[in-house]
Ligand binder design. Structure first.
Ligand code: CU
Length: 165
């Protein structure tokens, strides 16, 4: 019975957004577009609202899904989208920050396993004030930014292989 219910929830989940409150933070629909089976990296997206009275900052992310996980931003230079590491992502009181394709995103490099649509991938978001917050990234249908077309400029390509997707 428990397994049947779980299977039902997994089947139903891709259509549903999911969110979580952590103190004054609302963390809305962490998701990863399904990477190609050969992908060595993947991008993750989430929306975060700060409903508190003090500024908050996302300063890191950790997950067993990848060997390294970082914050990235996308800048546009001469019409070319380039990704750059981001040390922190500040969320002012009352603000909502969207990580989305062609903008700020979480970068998972050195994927440790496959991810199928509907999978839930455990991760820990690290905030300056709220500390560590456990979340689950939902694997959504493949879509969004194609990182393989992006210029990575001065980034070390040996550790930043985005060629897989
Ligand atoms: Cu990136």
């Amino acid at each position: 019975m428990k397994h049947a219910l779980l299977a039902l929830m997994l089947l139903a989940s891709p259509a549903l957004a999911h969110d979580k409150m952590a103190g004054d933070l609302q963390i809305i629909h962490p998701m990863i577009p399904q990477p190609a089976s050969s992908a060595k990296s993947a991008a993750g997206y989430v929306t975060i609202s700060n409903e508190g009275e003090t500024p908050e900052a996302l300063i890191g992310i950790r997950t067993p899904f990848a060997q390294s996980s970082t914050l990235h931003t996308t800048i546009h230079e001469d019409g070319i989208a380039k990704m750059r590491p981001l040390a922190e992502l500040v969320i002012e009181p009352g603000d909502t920050v969207n990580l989305e394709p062609n903008g700020m995103h979480l970068m998972f490099m050195g994927l440790t396993g496959a991810a199928q649509e509907g999978d839930m991938i455990s991760a820990t978001l690290i905030f300056r004030n709220a500390g560590e917050v456990a979340v689950e990234f939902m694997v959504d249908p493949a879509a969004g930014a194609d990182h393989s077309t992006m210029d990575h400029g001065s980034l070390d390509r040996s550790t930043m292989d985005h060629s897989g997707h």
